[in-house]
Write a protein that binds this ligand. Structure first.
Ligand SMILES: *Cc1c(COP(=O)(O)O)cnc(C)c1O
Length: 741
């Protein structure tokens, strides 16, 4: 289940939670029954804010709290983002607050209290609480084990509880209520500031682990029971008039535990838009309330839209949703204006295609085999951070890279999960392997000794050579491998090998692959027999397609994750339909006419045979457009037509012949890989024209290319594997097969 999880359930509940918060501030059932309204707004809706804290804990703090990730960078960046959002919200509500007279008698200390605890407007307490909560939990995570963090934050919660729903109890204890009164000079309610947020942040950080082992039914029943008890708790406290406020209950954390686990087990597609919209609904709904009331009064329909609490609520919900949507649109526009992503030469990533490929592979692999995508070499040129974060979001929690620096880059970008370095790491860099919680491959016995000499604890996977003869301890030398297990400072977490002819149907190649697989599993079975237990993995892309029987605990998917195979002719027994993730695009910079006989470009290698029109496009071999595509071997698409490359590809620019394409203009988009109108150029086409494999095409993408994510909303037709097959039959296949990687 684990690798197949996505977080769509959480996304859906973000929207529900946002509308529950609107309910808190509009009392939808107030007109009908005070009890029903209390139930809805003071009990059910109290699940909302803790949920938001848990999501943050889960996605921002998990690695830190568990001690798996010691890099504070991504947390700091998140804090900065929240602070900016808080600042924007404060400014937004300043006029309303001034109009409502909130700040007339404000003292300096009052202003500080507002800014740091109460949040200047009634719903904005959330932001300072989030900021303080993250700081507290970061501090706890730095110095305490997860269990202790949970304990300390629970104690904070209990202290908060006494000043909230259990205030009646606190008042009965001499001295205690005085202490609270002192606290209330600092913050109006104990849910503000430091008491409520930490517990839910820590819970969010810890809850995913082991979540897959519980059954949804168990969580649903657990939620039902604890929520019923919490509802009873709320009514009893209300009956005895204990409540000073009603944000915290004894049973609330238990409800949240089951609710969150239930949502984690809900396997539906992620909806990125819900994340942003729900946040904006939260921020904007009080303003919408003001607008709805103002408008209703102005046109004299208050009787309907304000006095009937349910209609009022629904109107505010609709208005807030519209405002939220508008805010997201504005936000994207602003970002787009600022960005120069599509100004020169860029890569467009189709994340829907990535998800499709992930799900396709998961469906082909046995349940217990997790994906460990190869995101080395900038995720095959696609952008390691963008791709890995997206994979994290899709529930992928293991990665492999080629070097320490690649692993560190991912950690700094907040990528969670295991990261295995597949090759040699210089001993001088082992400190980084430790600090960033990376897994190191043991490339041979000599290297194992080197790792032993390092002396400090390292987590490793042992590479085994089953015939490729690149790295690994020869698979026949079992004692040598056992010796690695015995090295004191090495924690062997995995053992792996690599197939080298699993893409080939040539005579003998299949036998070779089968022998590799058998040798590997015989060896690892024997090791298990002797008590040397660890994860094992053998297959990469071609193994997934052709030898799924060798799936161990991980499949190190590389090239097919990105939607193609190395070459179109490679063996594929699976018939899997993959979707390419990358498009490569540039702009037309200039268009000019040539007379017959005139030359163009370096060496005047292009010569016009007739009156010709040449367009200069903003991409060259420094960007990854191979110079081997010169002289018409490569093509680009402009306005849905093919334009052959004219003359020699330059470092930064390239000429293309657009004589046949009407109206080509400066600023037009030139597609080098991808679709334009009904025409497609695939990575296979480019690789074939350049005499190489798609892997090399992708990994040659230059450093100055920008990368953007194709908007998911515009349901443009994606290039499918079927398209490619169609295209292939339409064009005659070239004879020679690109050689080995
Ligand atoms: C690069 C690499 C992979 C991924 O290979 P693909 O063929 O692209 O799937 C897997 N394992 C090892 C050891 C690698 O070096």
């Amino acid at each position: 289940m684990d690798t197949k999880r996505s977080y769509g359930g959480l996304d859906v509940f973000r929207m529900i939670a946002a509308f529950l918060v609107v309910a808190i501030h509009t009392s939808p059932l107030g007109t009908f029954s005070a009890e029903a309204d209390f139930f809805l707004t003071r009990e059910l809706a109290r699940l909302a804010v803790p949920f938001f804290f848990m999501v943050t804990g889960h996605f921002v703090l998990a690695g830190w709290v568990r001690g798996e990730d010691r890099d504070f960078g991504s947390i700091r960046r998140y804090l900065a983002r929240v602070a900016v959002l808080y600042g924007v919200s404060v400014l937004l509500y300043l006029p309303i607050g001034i109009y409502a007279g909130h700040y007339w008698e404000l003292t300096f200390s009052g202003a500080l209290r507002m800014l740091f605890f109460d949040g200047t407007f009634y719903h904005l307490w959330y932001f300072p609480a989030l900021l303080l909560g993250i700081l507290i939990v970061s501090l706890l995570g730095r110095f305490c084990a997860p269990g202790l963090s949970l304990f300390v934050s629970s104690v904070l919660y209990l202290i908060g509880l006494l000043g909230d729903s259990y205030w009646g109890l606190a008042q009965k204890i001499p001295g205690v209520s005085d202490a609270y009164e002192l606290g209330f000079r600092c913050f109006s309610y104990t849910r503000n500031g430091i008491f409520l947020a930490p517990l839910f942040l820590v819970m969010g950080a810890l809850l995913e682990r082991g979540a897959e082992k519980t059954k949804p039914v168990v969580n649903a029943v657990g939620l039902g029971v604890t929520f019923a008890l919490m509802a009873a708790e709320g009514f009893i406290l209300r009956h005895f008039d204990f409540q000073r406020h009603d944000s915290m209950y004894l049973l609330l954390p238990f409800c949240m535990f089951f609710l969150y686990r239930l949502l984690l087990s809900w396997n539906r597609k992620t909806v990125g838009a819900f994340r942003k919209i729900s946040m904006w609904i939260y921020i904007l709904h009080p303003a919408v309330i003001v607008v709805v009331r103002g408008c209703a009064k102005a046109i004299g329909v208050s009787g309907i839209f304000v006095d009937n609490s349910l209609i009022h609520y629904l109107t505010v919900c609709a208005g807030s949703a519209a405002a939220g949507l508008a805010a997201v649109v504005v936000q994207t526009r602003l970002r787009r204006k600022k960005g120069y992503e599509k100004d020169r030469a860029w890569i467009e990533l189709d994340m829907a295609a990535l998800e499709h490929n992930v799900r396709t592979m998961q469906a082909m692999l046995p349940e217990n085999c997790k994906l460990m995508p190869a995101v080395k070499a900038e995720a095959y040129g696609h952008g390691a951070v963008l791709i890995s974060r997206e994979l994290n979001r899709l529930g992928v929690k293991a990665f492999c890279v080629a070097s320490v620096s690649e692993g560190v880059q991912l950690r700094k970008a907040g990528v969670r999960g295991e990261i295995l370095i597949l090759g040699y790491t210089h001993p001088r860099q082992l400190d980084l392997v430790r600090r960033y919680h990376l897994l190191q491959a043991v490339v041979d016995s000599r290297y194992a000794e080197e790792l032993a000499r390092y002396g400090r604890k390292l987590h490793v996977h042992i590479a085994v050579d089953t015939g490729m003869h690149r790295i690994g301890i020869p698979c026949s030398r079992q004692e040598e491998i056992e010796r690695v297990f015995q090295i004191k400072n090495l924690k062997v977490e995995g053992i792996f090998s690599h197939l080298c002819v699993s893409d080939s149907e040539e005579a003998g190649k299949e036998e070779f692959t089968l022998a590799q697989g058998e040798a590997f599993f015989q060896l690892t079975d024997a090791l298990r027999g002797k008590g040397y237990e660890c994860k094992r993995h053998l297959i990469a892309s071609n193994g997934i397609l052709n030898y799924p029987q060798f799936a161990g605990d991980y499949a190190r998917a590389g090239i097919i994750l990105y939607g193609v195979r190395s070459a179109e002719g490679d063996m594929d027994r699976s018939g899997a339909v993959l979707r390419p993730v990358m498009s490569l695009k540039a702009r037309v910079a200039s268009v000019r006419e040539l007379n017959p006989g005139e030359g163009a470009g370096y060496g005047l290698a292009f010569v016009a045979k007739r009156p010709a029109r040449i367009a200069t496009i903003t991409i060259g071999y420094a960007d990854g457009l191979s110079r081997l595509l010169s002289g018409g071997r490569g093509e680009v698409l402009i306005r849905g037509h093919r334009a052959p490359i004219a003359g020699r590809v330059c470092m930064d620019q390239t000429l293309v012949d657009v004589t046949e394409i009407p109206d080509v203009q400066t600023g037009d988009i030139a597609v080098l890989i991808g679709r334009s109108g009904s025409e497609v150029i695939t990575a296979y086409d480019m690789a074939e024209a350049a005499g190489t494999i798609t892997n090399e095409i992708f990994t040659s993408m230059g450093a100055r290319l920008t990368r953007t994510v194709k908007p998911a909303a515009g349901k443009r037709k994606a290039i499918t594997g079927a398209d490619m097959r169609e295209k292939k039959t339409a064009e005659e296949p070239s004879g020679e097969k690109p050689q080995d990687k």
